[in-house]
Design a protein around this ligand. Structure first.
Ligand SMILES: *[C@@H]1O[C@H](CO)[C@@H](O)[C@H](O)[C@H]1NC(C)=O
Ligand SMILES: *[C@@H]1O[C@H](CO)[C@@H](O)[C@H](O)[C@H]1NC(C)=O
Ligand SMILES: *[C@@H]1O[C@H](CO)[C@@H](O)[C@H](O)[C@H]1NC(C)=O
Ligand SMILES: *[C@@H]1O[C@H](CO)[C@@H](O)[C@H](O)[C@H]1NC(C)=O
Ligand SMILES: *[C@@H]1O[C@H](CO)[C@@H](O)[C@H](O)[C@H]1NC(C)=O
Ligand SMILES: *[C@@H]1O[C@H](CO)[C@@H](O)[C@H](O)[C@H]1NC(C)=O
Ligand SMILES: *[C@@H]1O[C@H](CO)[C@@H](O)[C@H](O)[C@H]1NC(C)=O
Ligand SMILES: *[C@@H]1O[C@H](CO)[C@@H](O)[C@H](O)[C@H]1NC(C)=O
Ligand SMILES: *[C@@H]1O[C@H](CO)[C@@H](O)[C@H](O)[C@H]1NC(C)=O
Ligand SMILES: *[C@@H]1O[C@H](CO)[C@@H](O)[C@H](O)[C@H]1NC(C)=O
Ligand SMILES: *[C@@H]1O[C@H](CO)[C@@H](O)[C@H](O)[C@H]1NC(C)=O
Ligand SMILES: *[C@@H]1O[C@H](CO)[C@@H](O)[C@H](O)[C@H]1NC(C)=O
Ligand SMILES: [Cu+2]
Length: 561
């Protein structure tokens, strides 16, 4: 007990020291307990037992203020090992609590517990937490709400009230069985049976009308929606019938307000959205539909909730439903995403790194692995796979962080390449010679303080698709995106180095590219992967290891007990 208190005080002072803040704006410490357990839920007319935190779906909201620290004790009363990741929380120097299974920690075994120290720094807005083991995040996830520090305020008028909105996917079957079967056969896993909004499929899904999530509003008031796409495999359009929405933040960083009738949000992303109840008091549908432009199977349903005005009026017989873009409408998706710019105000400045010292060019592909006698369930009897720079990531059985920290051999290689093995017309007609990846557990080592630019090049290998790439331990500036092949001379001319969005997950367009920049100022072992779970399971992952800097304050914190 005494020892624990000392540790808490040191962590607290350490933060203040690093941030250079006076003591009067003290950062808060929060304790949370998450009990992982199987819980029965009924959706779409059928009941199943599934893994939850505290019996809730979606799980509890983690509420902090900017710069706080949350100690979250996870007690695993489930059937198999699980870890939890704090998506978008940079965790300065603290990869120990980041969470991805066998990257920064071993799974928490059934019957055991583990306390995460979740260290917030400059994030403000909405993030989320989720399991990072197999596909358990389908049911184990929740929002993180980071309010402005006491004495500071939002860069927009204070909303009257706020509401978390989580988009997710409902599988009637057991999710672990589903992915285990798909992995065994090499085939595409079955898509989910419906999307959910705050745990409910909603109108017009089977057995879902009565339980549709309702959001009560008062005429004339403005509300802050904290939207999370916790979905597994599809990007989503989202909108509210007859109401414009104004997006004010993405991935816990403020943006220049965008007023629009719909948005597109990829799995992994979060957005803060203002909506004013300025229409005739009535019922209006809030809805989300997939944005999916590929021949792979996907969930074709829509999910909805009801924006329900308080007051005395006749409930409409037909509730207005929002008009959302067609499932394959990438122009509509681009029309929204290309409008996103950092707020770049005096209080929320932008520092886009200009002098790049490390350039990494990564091809992002869906591949196949040949099976003997065409014995697998994928195309041509092959096994479906995915890769970065043609390397399909193999998850080790000892965690990479431990192996790196203790110099254990034979866990991972340090030679993830800066370029793909060969150059081809990445987005053109590709032959079979590009279809088959190599397998490996390869990490990219980066020196502390390097100025990194990563270009993700989508390819037309296998099944071309959008890829929401996510990096742990950082947010980064999305300096450019485009279709076709990236070129260092022509594509860099289109960069936004003035006010690009600062995010942790970006959609690499189908048969296109996306370029990001960041300063490698967070020493640690950081997973980088596609946030479509199918692709991550197939190996569309790698690890960035940022080496220690010259001082204690620029080095990974000591191993927690
Ligand atoms: C912030 O203000 C709230 C309410 O005014 C108070 O309960 C809380 O302790 C304050 N937090 C900090 C870190 O000062
Ligand atoms: C959090 O828990 C620790 C013990 O694990 C205790 O010492 C501390 O006072 C608690 N802090 C708060 C804010 O509840
Ligand atoms: C969960 O549902 C199953 C079958 O529907 C039932 O056998 C079991 O008793 C239920 N468990 C709980 C805790 O309600
Ligand atoms: C939504 O915004 C557009 C463009 O600013 C405007 O023309 C339209 O009237 C607005 N609609 C509503 C319902 O406020
Ligand atoms: C609601 O409006 C109706 C018709 O205008 C009126 O008869 C009724 O008394 C109102 N109810 C309340 C609770 O105000
Ligand atoms: C979406 O567009 C495709 C191709 O243009 C078309 O076949 C399909 O019917 C459209 N879907 C809807 C729901 O409009
Ligand atoms: C995209 O925006 C352009 C220009 O504002 C407009 O002409 C076009 O119709 C929009 N496309 C879609 C699909 O919304
Ligand atoms: C970037 O490099 C240029 C030319 O080498 C140099 O003049 C400038 O000071 C550098 N800027 C930063 C921020 O290091
Ligand atoms: C992580 O390693 C353990 C053994 O330590 C192994 O049982 C588990 O399957 C591994 N997880 C993954 C995702 O490979
Ligand atoms: C690459 O493929 C695209 C699409 O097929 C084609 O338009 C383009 O000309 C090709 N580029 C080269 C250099 O062959
Ligand atoms: C690729 O390989 C498959 C199966 O091995 C074969 O059917 C197909 O014709 C090949 N395609 C090309 C472009 O070589
Ligand atoms: C940019 O350059 C690349 C590489 O040289 C080339 O493949 C691509 O077609 C160019 N893109 C445009 C839009 O000119
Ligand atoms: Cu992907």
């Amino acid at each position: 007990m005494g020892v624990k208190k000392v540790v808490l005080i040191l962590a607290f002072l350490g933060f203040l020291y690093l941030d250079g803040l006076p003591l009067c704006t003290a950062s808060g410490v929060h304790n949370y307990t998450y009990i992982l357990k199987e819980t029965n839920f009924t959706r779409l007319c059928s009941t199943k037992s599934m893994l939850t935190v505290n019996g809730q779906f979606p799980g509890p909201v983690l509420r902090v203020q900017k710069g706080d620290t949350a100690f979250v004790t996870v007690q695993n009363n489930g059937k198999y090992g699980v870890t939890i990741h704090w998506h978008g929380v940079k965790q300065p120097r603290n990869p120990w609590s980041d969470g991805p299974e066998n990257i920064t920690q071993c799974p928490i075994k059934p019957g055991k517990k583990f306390t995460y120290e979740v260290v917030f720094s400059d994030e403000e807005g909405t993030l989320w937490w989720h399991a990072h083991s197999d596909w358990s995040r389908a049911t184990v996830h929740g929002a993180i709400v980071i309010s402005p520090k006491n004495g500071t305020s939002y860069p927009f008028p204070k909303p009257y009230a706020e509401e978390v909105i989580i988009l997710a996917e409902w599988f009637k079957g057991d999710v672990k069985e589903l992915i285990d079967e798909a992995t065994a056969s090499g085939a595409d896993p079955d898509p989910s049976d419906s999307y959910t909004l705050n745990g409910q499929p909603g109108y017009p899904n089977n057995c879902s009308i009565e339980t549709t999530f309702r959001f009560p509003v008062q005429y004339g008031k403005t509300y802050l929606l904290r939207l999370v796409n916790a979905g597994m495999n599809e990007e989503m359009f989202f909108g509210i019938a007859k109401h414009n929405i104004t997006v004010v933040a993405q991935d816990a960083a403020y943006i220049k307000p965008i007023t629009t009738s719909y948005i597109m949000i990829t799995p992994g992303q979060t957005m803060d959205i203002l909506v004013t109840a300025n229409q005739a008091p009535s019922y209006y549908y809030i809805a989300a539909s997939p944005f999916f432009d590929s021949s792979a199977p996907y969930d074709t349903t829509n999910t909805s909730a009801i924006l329900q005005y308080t007051g005395n009026y006749t409930i409409p017989t037909t509730i207005p439903y929002p008009t959302l873009p067609n499932v394959t409408d990438k122009a509509a998706a681009d029309n929204f995403t290309t409008r996103i710019r950092s707020l770049a105000s005096a209080e929320h400045p932008v520092y886009v790194p200009k002098n790049v010292t490390t350039r990494i060019f990564i091809t992002v592909s869906v591949n196949q692995i040949v099976c003997a006698n065409a014995s697998c369930g994928g195309p041509s009897g092959n096994r479906l796979s995915a890769s970065l720079n043609n390397i399909s990531f193999v998850t080790p059985s000892t965690d990479v962080l431990q192996a790196y920290y203790k110099s254990l051999p034979n866990v991972f290689d340090k030679d993830f390449p800066n370029l793909p093995p060969y150059k081809f017309n990445f987005t053109g007609d590709v032959g079979n010679n590009t279809l088959y990846p190599s397998l490996g557990t390869k990490a990219k080592l980066i020196n502390y303080g390097d100025v990194v630019e990563i270009v993700y090049q989508g390819t037309n290998v296998g099944n071309a698709e959008n890829h929401p790439m996510h990096l742990h331990g950082f947010s980064f500036y999305l300096v450019g995106t485009g279709y076709g092949n990236f070129g260092l001379t022509n594509s860099t001319k289109t960069y936004n180095l003035i006010d690009p969005p600062e995010v942790n997950t970006i959609g690499v367009p189908k048969n296109g590219w996306a370029a990001i920049r960041f300063v490698a100022n967070n020493p640690g072992v950081w997973f980088m992967h596609c946030h479509l779970e199918r692709h991550a399971s197939w190996g569309m992952d790698t690890v960035l290891i940022v080496k220690n800097g010259p001082t204690k304050e620029t080095s990974i914190r000591p191993t927690p007990s």
